[in-house]
Design a protein around this ligand. Sequence first.
Ligand code: HEC
Length: 152
Amino acid sequence: MPSFLRPATALLALTIAGSAAATAVPHSLRQAVHDGAALFASGRFGSTRTYTPLNGFDRHALTCQACHSDGGIGPGQTPAGVALPSLEGAAAGYPKLRAGRVVTLEQQIGHCIAAGIGGQPPRADSAAMTDLVAYLSALSRGRAFATQLPAP
Ligand code: HEC
């Protein structure tokens, strides 16, 4: 190749690589959703609580998954048998009003960890909370956002 063409070829290659990178989901975002899903299924947050599923015999560790079935996608059920709606689209509704208080998604997750799992909620700036928020937000991908809030 004539040497005067080389810079142009290099620039073209850079442009193509750049546009591919712009459309591909960065690895760190994928990783956060992946790690959040793993935490959802197995995270115990220090709790030693266990439960026996309604249609089972063996005791299992209490995790998010214990109440919110199929990674939160299916309809859920508490160990006491209270029906819970799917978490698909749930994150998009936050901040929302719960028992008269404005609650963020992180606060709701913290509440479920403290009251549901009986564990210690991770700090808001921790990797665990970031990953759980990423996973739950991915279950709301493309949904209408903050639907309860008025326009500012
Ligand atoms: C012992 C059962 C139980 C466990 C375990 C549990 N939750 Fe929940 N979750 C509930 C109940 C009950 C609600 C309904 C609202 C409430 O009472 O807080 C709920 C509501 C939610 C909501 C709000 C849904 C909405 O439509 O606003 C989110 C988000 C959520 N849970 C996430 C989680 C995550 C993440 C975990 C694990 C860290 C978890 N939950 C573990 C019982 C549980």
